[in-house]
Design a protein around this ligand. Structure first.
Ligand code: PLP
Length: 395
């Protein structure tokens, strides 16, 4: 019988054709308008942290997501740090978050002087499992005058940070309910989920504030960049002020009224964002078609599953993921070896946060599903231009 890695390779070829050159995990598509807008920045000299593309990008992003406001930032990690701070996280707090995430989630929490507290995820969505969160809250949290406190560490719990993994929305309703019950602000790490909807509403609209990333590998890229989105005007104003050095507007005076950040997104980067927002619906459509191809190619293959979108959601399918069956859980590295060797760039999950040296001693609940998924999940090439008829779609 053929080994699983060979079967997966055959299915890959069937889904997206032969790899004549290295098929990257995720590469950006920059439309012709990107050249035009960047050229305008160069021609006019508006390349830095002031300029009209920043405002335009913020307005159009708010419109696309349905959030009242968007504040552009230098990257997604910075956006998430500001979200947490503005939600009231202070040094010495703990923030409940998944261990199964990109390191930026835990880093943003740490930059607030807070400590990540890891909660397990559910196997079908790869994001915080409401039952695991509830169990953890029941086990460890007492209601004190200052807010919910972890009885075991004595630290206040400052927030819950929900990450929508690979663009698949998490179980938002159940998480929101727990946050309400325990009086915890919800922050969404929506870094990967631009264009993903939960029950018809864009991700990032459920938290008090949410962070999006426009890093080079994300569904929309500004080279590097991020945004804070929120429906709260006062918080948005505060976010804008604090990410732009807290300068009080004046024609010539440099007066600043708070310790603040320079987390501004340069205009030249925002120009790239404006250009791609114009074709984002086409990108999303292509990503869905590609995911359907993969789903069809892997449907009949035993021993591995293509991760599908939750039935209550519409996913952006940022990264397609395969999940090996338990019988094949020891074969992850062979699969990665064969796929990468054949020219299909593929990778495992990020190492869980509690496996990393700086986060090994953080408080955590049982992380059985996180450990299980860590053995079995593989991301496969997911660029929009791999979709059938991409070039005719995008023109
Ligand atoms: C990409 C990403 C971030 C951070 O974004 P940067 O723009 O790279 O700083 C945060 N969280 C998650 C889950 C991400 O995937």
């Amino acid at each position: 019988m053929e080994p699983i890695e060979q079967k997966i390779l055959n299915a890959m070829e069937q889904a997206i054709g032969p790899a004549t050159e290295m098929v990257l995990l995720h590469r950006p598509y920059l439309p012709p308008s990107a050249w035009e807008y960047v050229k305008e920045c160069l021609d006019t000299g508006w390349v830095s942290s002031a300029g009209s593309y920043v405002t335009r990008f913020e307005e159009e992003l708010a419109q696309f997501t349905g959030c009242r406001r968007a504040v552009a930032t230098v990257n997604g990690t910075a956006a998430l740090e500001v979200c947490l701070r503005l939600a009231g996280v202070v040094p010495g707090d703990e923030v409940l978050c998944p261990s199964l995430t990109f390191v930026a989630t835990a880093n943003a929490i740490s930059h607030c002087g807070a400590v990540p507290h890891f909660v397990d995820v559910s196997a079908d969505r790869l994001s915080i499992c409401p039952q695991a969160l509830e169990a953890r809250l029941q086990e460890t949290v007492s209601a004190e005058a200052t807010g919910p406190v972890n009885r075991q560490t004595g630290r206040r719990i400052g927030a819950v940070c929900l990450m929508h993994c690979f663009g698949h929305p998490g179980e938002i309703d159940a998480i929101v309910k727990l946050c309400d019950e325990y009086k915890l602000p919800l922050i969404e790490d929506a870094a990967e989920s631009l264009g993903s909807y939960y029950q018809g509403k864009h991700t990032g609209r459920f938290g008090r504030l949410s962070a999006i990333s426009f890093n080079g590998n994300k569904i929309l890229t500004t080279g590097g960049g991020g945004a804070i989105v929120t429906d709260d005007d006062a918080l948005a104003d505060r976010a804008k002020h604090l990410t732009t050095t807290a300068k009080v507007p004046h024609r010539w005076e440099f007066h600043h009224d708070a310790v603040a950040w320079n987390y501004r997104l340069p205009n030249i980067n925002a120009a790239l964002g404006v250009a791609q927002l114009e074709i984002l619906p086409k990108i999303l459509n292509a990503k869905r078609q590609l995911a359907e191809r993969y789903a069809a190619a892997f449907a009949s293959l035993e021993g591995v599953e293509h991760l599908s979108e939750p039935s209550d959601s519409s996913s952006n399918f940022w990264l397609n993921a395969l999940v090996l069956s338990s019988a094949n859980s020891s074969r992850r590295d062979q699969v990665l070896e064969v796929l990468n060797g054949a020219g299909y760039q593929s990778r495992p999950l990020w190492q869980p946060m509690h496996h990393l040296p700086m986060y090994a001693d953080c408080p955590r609940g049982e992380l059985l599903t996180t450990e299980m998924l860590n053995q079995r999940v593989i991301n496969i090439p997911s660029s929009a231009d791999l979709a059938p008829n991409w070039m005719s779609t995008v023109q």
